[in-house]
Design a protein around this ligand. Structure first.
Ligand code: GDP
Length: 417
């Protein structure tokens, strides 16, 4: 699913970073350092006039005598013989042994000090060096640069059936995040990716709903859903999938075979109803679709069935007769919800159909069928933004269980963002 779009985006994004590499350096403006208080003028005092305060040195105990050149054993033997071997004396001997080693303690301290100082200087130098690199690797993208850079991404989106107005929106979002901003080259990939992800997320801002909850919320049964869409998009299969899904969630359904126009449509729906194990209400071909729907609603009322799913004729959305027929069904049964079924693979056609049905009868939600065979994903990315109605389910195969609740996180993840 959506593999084509994922690959296209990946290559377009890497091209973006490459182009940023070619842009000239842009250094951040150096702000003048502001001191909190002006520094007082320092006047040098001649050395002769300087008061010399020498603090007297106090030693709590005498410093050990350092016998340079003598072996520690000799010192120890001498000490022991002269003063006896008390623990205090042993300590003194140890100190003297330390002092006799090749490098004195003070030398070691000095060494350590030098080393630390060196490291500190090195750290300072490293910091400055890194800062230089940082400056050298920052750049700014101009409006013109951006338009050139966006070209590959634009093509990738358009080739993947993403609607033109959606591409324009993505472009403007990215522009806001990138143009005329001082950015580090090393972070371009990340910035573009985050910006693109944010922009695509915002395409799914339409508030969705939980169909199960909606049905359960309705106090007066049945909850009526009319399905609309053009021929062959998978409308009948989608109705069957939703009926199966509702049944699994403990919601009883009846189907209304209100497509009395297309040959074999009634038998097809009946076949599904039998397989799922639910009731279907049907009339003859060419009978009034609104009458079929009305009968199904009456049946549901009398039997306490939770939901009525109404199939309708799938002629072209531009067909005036079809629209008049739809409007009549809606007038007669006053549905709680109108769901448009569209084929994900058809991209802009699917979006156009949804917009036309919405204009004619006002749709409440979208079921995108055949998402499993859609490599481009343009319809899924664009339809909510354009039609302003939520995608509620997606068809992902030819089995009844091949229905998934729409999840924008999964969509965004499936295109590698
Ligand atoms: P209708 O004319 O709009 O009612 O379309 P149908 O329900 O008869 O479906 C047309 C064809 O699309 C059938 O072969 C279905 O099995 C197939 N189909 C429907 N939904 C899906 C889907 O989500 N994925 C796939 N791969 N095929 C589907």
């Amino acid at each position: 699913m959506f593999g084509f779009l994922k690959d296209k985006l990946k290559s377009a994004l890497s091209g973006f970073a490459q182009k940023v590499e070619e842009l000239p350096e842009e250094k951040p403006k150096q702000e003048p350092v502001q001191l909190a208080k002006p520094v007082e003028k320092i006047t040098a005092v001649p050395e002769s006039k300087q008061e010399k305060k020498v603090e007297p040195m106090h030693f709590e105990k005498p410093l050990p005598r350092i016998d340079i050149g003598r072996k520690p054993e000799e010192i120890h033997a001498q000490k022991t013989a002269a003063e006896g071997s008390s623990s205090k004396q042993v300590l003194e001997v140890k100190l003297e042994q330390e002092a006799s080693k090749e490098k004195s303690f003070f030398d070691k301290v000095k060494d350590k000090f030098r080393k630390d100082e060196g490291e500190t200087k090195h750290e300072e130098k490293k910091g400055i060096f890194e800062k230089i690199i940082e400056v050298a690797s920052t750049t700014k993208i101009s409006d013109k640069d951006f338009d050139e850079m966006f070209y590959d991404l634009e093509m990738a989106l358009l080739e993947s059936n993403v609607a033109y107005s959606v591409v324009e929106k993505i472009k403007s979002d990215l522009k806001k995040d990138l143009v005329d901003k001082l950015i580090r080259r090393s972070e371009v990939d990340d910035i573009v990716l985050k910006s693109l992800r944010k922009s695509i997320y915002s395409l799914f801002d339409v508030k969705g709903f939980d169909l199960i909850e909606k049905i359960k919320e309705k106090s007066e049964k049945p909850f009526i859903i009319v399905f609309v869409g053009v021929n062959g998009v998978g409308k009948t299969s989608s109705i069957a999938k939703i009926a199966n899904y509702l049944k699994k969630h403990g919601i009883t359904c009846v189907l209304a075979a209100s497509d009395t126009w297309r040959a074999a449509s009634i038998e097809q729906l009946e076949h599904h109803a039998n397989k799922i194990g639910i009731k279907i209400i049907k009339h003859n071909y060419n009978s009034d679709p609104a009458a079929v729907a009305y009968d199904a609603v009456s049946f549901a009322k009398s039997k306490g069935i939770d939901a009525v799913l109404v199939d309708t004729a799938g002629r072209q959305h531009s067909n005036i007769n079809l629209i008049t027929e739809m409007q009549k069904i809606i007038r007669v049964i006053k549905p709680d919800m109108k769901i448009f079924v569209g084929e994900s693979v058809t991209g802009s056609d699917c979006i156009e159909q949804a917009a036309s049905f919405d204009e004619a009868i006002g749709i409440d939600g979208i079921m995108l069928s055949k998402a499993d065979v859609d490599e481009r994903g343009g319809a899924a990315i664009s339809i909510e933004y354009i039609v302003k109605k939520p995608i509620i389910y997606m068809g992902t195969g030819q089995e009844y269980d091949d229905l998934v609740e729409f999840n924008k996180e999964k969509i965004v993840a499936s295109i590698g963002l």
